[in-house]
Structures are given as structure tokens and as C-alpha cells.
Design a protein around this ligand. Structure first.
Ligand code: ADP
Ligand code: ASP
Ligand code: MG
Length: 466
């Protein structure tokens, strides 16, 4: 019997009808003999709304908080009513939804009173989305006569560090606990239905695994249970040569290696959380990305071995927006060992993730790319720490840039790929600000103005006839 962890993204559970469809999809696979663990994301848009509600609560905008609560309530009640037919089950789900929403209101009121929102309290607010969606999926599966049990990520045994907002699992302890809690159910033919995205520290405080983190929950559970496969169900046919919203002619990539998929995810292919592939890769558990609404399509298979064929030198092109380019300069840096180390050490301590780095040959400046929302923090950290030292003279930044990344294992050792990429870019009159080639040679990425990003992606897509 094949043991598969199936994760359903917010786009798959956007409404009651869709949840009903997902439940019958699960039921059909149980009928075909699959042993399934279900992982569920928040309903489409809910995590964004909770995010906003927590910020509005901090600023004391109670009317806005009330409106968002109202919207969240209506969305979940309507979804439950459209998904679940059986009256007693629906009543039970509605009752639990009500208690959950009351608690959410209390938490937001507390934040509004204090005017204080920590990353810990924010994670607590964000955890409500998955709690409610998973409850509805659980009820719908029961309605279809399946034997199911509801778990939060915490109850399922996922333990993380206390890096709230972007927590990392402690795999050894997690594997042990998940095995203890989930494995026995499988033997009893009970289907575990687990909230994605949320987990807890060793002290039991709620954490989240970072945006899009339900993918990560699925692979963590799969690695712990040594499942046969992970299926990530979403609203597109698989991992594609580019975001179909940018390049309408983008095609599904039938198969790619973990390394290639990781590069694509890190560089913005939203269909997969960047770190989600780590637990699966380590245990060599194949990951499939499939379309909930197009079951005929086999989707994308992500596996260990790379199949390099001459025709697919370039596999995919991704775009990350909302980035900032920071430039640190000063003659004091020339010939002073360790300046770069100091800069990145400061940023690391401040939990600022650096996407790309380049240092000019003269050594008089270092440029790097970070997410736009941490720009202010990064600049002030560097200014406070380094300007006084005389080592650097200036920290400057541009906050309207994007990174385009071209990914493919076949690029390694194939001459002329970079020339073709930059030729295509030049012809479409996009100005390149900075270039980097990962040492893995699996990707070539560059920085351009944000307004040029989509044009650049389309030009490269065309050049390689993807
Ligand atoms: P889910 O709710 O299933 O987690 P996401 O919104 O997180 O869905 O991810 C799916 C979306 O990712 C797709 O709708 C698509 O627009 C976007 N996307 C961006 N890049 C790619 C890519 N290379 N291949 C497939 N989808 C992509
Ligand atoms: N609901 C979370 C988010 O929107 C996690 C996920 O969807 O994977 O980021
Ligand atoms: Mg996602």
C-alpha cells in the first residue's frame, strides 16, 4: 500500500464547493488503496487577512479589525455550509468555528489594548487560518463517511525553534513524536487531517514555518513517517517553466531534480516553499505537484536524479519582486580582510536574509539584494555598526528592484547560455544592474528594475523556446 502525504493549498480550498471536491478526491484515493495523511492550508486569502488584522490591531484601528473578523467569519461559515451536508456534523463544525473565532477576537482585542504586536503574538494570530480550514476539511471527510482525526501541527508533534514567523523544525524530535502520534492511526485506517503551516516550540508556544509553509509541513510529516510520496495539490498543472500569470505560454515541467526545484522555489516559483524540499530530499521521498482541478494531468515529479537532456539546458525562469539593492562602499574596505564577513554577520544576526551578493574587483564596494520589507532595518543596522568604524563611507539603497533567475541543471558546462540570456535581455532593452551565477551552476540570476522584471522573464522564455 502506498503511503502518501497530500497537501492542499489555499487555492484548493478557497470555497465550500472546492473543499467538497477535495474531500471526494481524497475519498477516491482511499478507495484506490492509498494510505493518506492530509495536510491543509488556510482558505485562500485568509492568512493575508489575519496578517492585516494583527497589524491593524497594533495600530488600534478597531473598526478595521472588526471588519476583517466579520469577513473571516462569513468566509468560513459559508465554506462549512457549502461543504458539509450532514446536519449534526455541520453543527459541530460551526460550534467549534464559533469558539475559535471568539478566541481570535479576544487575541486581537488584547493586541489592540496593548498596542503591541510581537512576532510571537503575530504567529498566534496567523495560526487561526489553518485551524479553521482544517476543521472544515475534517468535517467534510467525515460527512463522506471517512474515519478521520484532526490535529494541529503542534498536536501532530512538529517541534520548531523559536524563530517566530519563519521557524525551523527540530527534525529528530519531530520525527520521533510524529511517528508516535500519527503512525498508530494509519494502522487503524484512520486518516490524520493536519493543519499546515503551524507548529510549536518545545515550550508549546505556537510558531509558523514561514509564508507558504504548509508545503513544509507536508514534507516534514512525510520524512518523519518515511512516506512513499508527497503530493502537493495546487491550482496549476505543476511546476512550470515560468509563472503562468507572467508568461501565459508557460509549460509544465514533467520532471526535475530536487536541486533544480529548490533553486526555482528559492527564486520565487511560488508553487513550492523554498525549504519544503529539504526533508524530502534528505529521505529521497519523491514530491509531486498536481492540479486539484485537473486530475488527468500527471503534474510535476521532483526526484533525486537529474535527467539532463540537451534540449532542456534551461528548465525555468523565475521572478522575485519587492526587493532592494543595497550598496556598501568606502575606500577603507580595500585590502581590509573581513569587511564582507562583518557586513553579512551583522545582517545574519539581525535575521535578514541575503538573496544575492556581488563585490567589485576594486573591493571598494559590496552590493547585495534583500527583501524590501527589511530594507530600513538592514540600513540602520549597518550604519550603526559600521559607519563609525571608518571602514565604510556610505550605505545606499534602491528599493524598486527585482531578481530574475534562470534555472536548469543542464546549464552546467554548457557554454553560451549566459550570452543567450543577456542577448535576449539587451534586445528587449532591459538594463541589468547586477549579475550572479550560483556556484552550483544551476542558475544564473540578475537584478533589474522591478518594472522591467516581467518583460525580462518573457524575453528569456522566448529565447529558449520553453
Ligand atoms: P497554494 O495555495 O496551492 O499553495 P500558491 O499560490 O502558493 O498556491 O502557489 C501556486 C501559484 O504559484 C500558481 O497559481 C502560480 O501562479 C504561481 N507560480 C509562480 N511561479 C510558478 C511556477 N514556476 N510554476 C507554477 N506556478 C507558479
Ligand atoms: N496559509 C499560509 C500562507 O498563506 C501557509 C500556506 O498557505 O502554505 O502563507
Ligand atoms: Mg503555497
Amino acid at each position: 500500500m502506498k503511503r502518501v502525504v497530500m497537501k492542499f493549498g489555499g487555492t484548493s480550498v478557497g470555497s465550500g464547493e472546492h473543499i467538497r471536491h477535495v474531500a471526494s478526491l481524497i475519498s477516491n484515493h482511499v478507495g484506490k488503496g492509498y494510505q493518506i495523511v492530509v495536510v491543509v492550508s488556510a482558505l485562500k486569502g485568509v492568512t493575508d487577512d489575519l496578517f492585516e488584522a494583527s497589524e491593524e490591531a497594533r495600530s488600534g484601528n478597531r473598526d478595521r479589525v472588526q471588519r476583517l473578523l466579520q469577513k473571516t467569519t462569513e468566509k468560513h461559515v459559508a465554506a462549512a455550509r457549502n461543504a458539509i451536508e450532514n446536519k449534526p456534523i455541520l453543527e459541530e463544525v460551526e460550534q467549534t468555528l464559533k469558539t475559535t473565532l471568539d478566541e481570535l477576537e479576544k487575541v486581537l482585542t488584547g493586541i489592540a489594548y496593548l498596542g503591541d504586536l510581537t512576532s510571537k503574538s503575530k504567529d498566534y494570530v496567523l495560526s487561526f487560518g489553518e485551524k479553521m480550514s482544517t476543521l472544515i476539511v475534517w468535517g467534510t471527510l467525515r460527512d463522506l463517511g471517512l474515519n478521520v482525526q484532526y490535529f494541529t501541527g503542534k498536536d501532530a508533534g512538529i517541534v520548531t525553534d523559536s524563530n517566530f514567523g519563519e521557524a525551523s523544525p527540530m527534525m529528530k524530535m519531530t520525527a520521533h513524536q510524529v511517528m508516535q502520534k500519527i503512525e498508530p492511526l494509519q494502522k487503524k485506517r484512520i486518516i490524520p487531517v493536519i493543519t499546515g503551516y503551524i507548529a510549536a516550540t518545545q515550550d508549546g508556544e505556537i510558531t509558523t514555518l514561514g509564508r507558504g509553509g504548509s508545503d513544509y509541513t507536508a514534507t516534514i510529516i512525510a520524512a518523519a513517517l518515511e512516506a512513499d510520496e508527497v503530493w502537493v495539490w495546487t491550482d496549476v498543472d505543476g511546476l512550470m517553466t515560468s509563472d503562468p500569470k507572467i508568461v501565459p505560454s508557460a509549460k509544465v515541467i514533467p520532471e526535475l531534480s530536487f536541486q533544480e526545484a529548490i533553486e526555482m522555489a528559492i527564486f520565487g516559483a511560488k508553487a513550492m516553499h523554498p525549504r519544503a524540499l529539504e526533508p524530502a530530499m534528505e529521505k529521497e521521498i519523491p514530491v509531486r505537484i498536481r492540479n486539484t482541478f485537473n486530475l488527468e494531468n500527471a503534474g510535476t515529479l521532483i526526484v533525486k536524479e537529474q535527467k539532463i537532456k540537451p534540449k532542456d539546458v534551461v528548465k525555468g525562469i523565475t521572478l522575485i519582486k519587492d526587493l532592494a539593492l543595497v550598496n556598501v562602499s568606502g575606500a577603507g574596505m580595500v585590502g581590509t580582510p573581513g569587511t564582507a564577513a562583518k557586513v553579512f554577520d551583522m545582517l545574519g544576526k539581525d535575521n535578514i536574509n541575503v538573496l544575492m551578493i556581488s563585490q567589485s574587483a576594486s573591493e571598494a564596494n559590496i552590493s547585495f539584494v534583500i527583501h524590501g520589507n527589511v530594507l530600513e532595518r538592514a540600513v540602520s543596522t549597518l550604519e550603526i555598526a559600521l559607519l563609525g568604524s571608518g571602514l565604510i563611507r556610505e550605505v545606499s539603497a534602491e528599493d524598486d528592484v527585482c531578481v530574475v533567475a534562470v534555472v536548469g541543471a543542464g546549464m552546467k558546462g554548457t557554454p553560451g547560455v549566459a550570452a543567450r540570456i543577456f542577448g535576449a535581455i539587451a534586445r528587449s532593452r532591459v538594463n541589468v544592474r547586477m549579475i550572479a551565477q550560483g556556484s552550483s551552476e544551476l542558475n544564473i540570476s540578475f537584478v533589474a528594475k522591478e518594472t522591467d522584471g516581467e518583460k525580462a522573464v518573457r524575453a528569456i522564455h522566448e529565447e529558449f523556446k520553453l
